[in-house]
Design a protein around this ligand. Structure first.
Ligand SMILES: Cc1cc2nc3c(=O)[nH]c(=O)nc-3n(C[C@H](O)[C@H](O)[C@H](O)COP(=O)(O)OP(=O)(O)OC[C@H]3O[C@@H](n4cnc5c(N)ncnc54)[C@H](O)[C@@H]3O)c2cc1C
Length: 294
């Protein structure tokens, strides 16, 4: 199928994008890697009047290591760069591990970090990963800039806090301290397919071997990434053993609210979520002890 006719604009600057968006914000869409948008247009699930292509906009494809323990990504950073960029592989291995599960190489070569976050597919890997990394998303609109947390950004399936007329310009994430173990585990129908359930985990041990930092975020178990708010209370100060991780997994299974779809029942996803959460924590704990990521 082909998309219905639309006007096409390829601006060079964020200022021009914002100007174009102000023309008719409800009727204008942004094109990043096109890997989700183009199928949507071809299937005529969206019929915008104007498509604004972000691919020539200057300054949206940078990756910066900030001095305050955070890393800053422009929204047009290609997914493939999250796998290959040394800074990301060394300092944020969770992003590299997660991105390897996203689709296939040609799709990751075009698809962008910002496009995946803005599309907000509940089964996508990067929204859960950015949630685990305490991401903050920078939006720019007619009234200036604003920053929202990942928890505020993901509102529901394919729905975010981006207002008409706004653009996602970038994402900042915490760089986990040295010695933090990272794990990304997923069950999918085939490698490269969207996750049925996926879990991102970070875990660090103190000098006595007790957990002193832990984060979990799951994809595929509800409309938005699931981040257990009770995890610190349950795990901090505890020894990283299998019994603790199974207990956490059981609570995850009880608390997530997955959907039934043609690929899996909600009950199946709930059970898998618990098993994968326990497994991801165990892998991250092993990485924390050995200083590796898996
Ligand atoms: C066969 C296939 C398999 C796939 N498998 C997976 C998978 O396993 N896991 C996974 O996570 N993804 C998967 N994807 C989706 C892929 O990761 C897309 O790249 C991603 O979802 C969207 O990124 P994009 O840069 O292509 O964005 P686009 O398709 O260009 O845009 C997606 C949406 O985000 C909006 N948007 C884009 N950038 C911005 C911005 N800066 N500000 C505001 N709005 C913006 C667009 O207007 C559009 O609504 C798959 C895609 C295909 C075709």
């Amino acid at each position: 199928m082909k998309p219905p006719p639309f006007e096409y604009a390829a601006p060079d600057s964020v200022a021009e994008v914002l100007e174009l968006l102000q023309g008719s914000p409800e009727d204008t869409v942004l094109l990043a890697g096109g890997q989700s948008l183009v199928p949507v247009l071809n299937m005529r699930m969206a019929q915008p009047r104007v498509v604004v292509d972000l691919n020539r906009v200057q300054g949206l494809d940078t990756i910066e290591d900030t001095t305050d323990g955070r890393a800053r990504f422009g929204s047009m950073v290609r997914q493939r760069r999250l796998e290959t960029e040394p800074l990301v592989r060394e300092r944020l291995p969770l992003l590299t591990l997660a991105t390897r599960h996203v689709a296939h190489l040609p799709i990751r070569s075009r698809g962008t970090l910002g496009g995946s976050l803005a599309h907000a597919d509940p089964a996508a890997e990067l929204p859960a990963t950015v949630s685990a990394l305490d991401g903050r998303l920078r939006l720019q609109g007619p009234d200036g800039d604003r920053t929202v947390t990942a928890g505020e950004f993901f509102v529901g399936p394919l729905t975010t806090a981006i207002e008409p007329g706004e653009l996602l310009v970038g994402v900042e994430v915490d760089v986990p301290p040295a010695g933090t173990g990272s794990a990304f585990v997923e069950v999918a129908r085939t490698h490269g397919a969207f996750a049925l359930v996926a879990v991102a985990a970070l875990l660090r041990l103190d000098s006595g071997g007790s957990i002193d930092h832990v984060r979990l975020a799951l994809a595929g178990v509800g409309g938005t990434p699931y981040v257990p708010a009770w995890l610190d209370e349950t795990a901090l100060g505890e020894a990283p053993d299998g019994a603790l991780f199974r207990r956490i997994g059981e609570r995850v299974s009880q608390e997530v609210e997955p959907f039934d779809d043609i690929h899996a029942t909600a009950a199946y996803r709930g059970r898998v979520a618990g098993v994968l959460a326990a497994r991801a924590l165990a892998v991250a704990a092993a990485g924390a002890s050995e200083g590796t990521a898996a």
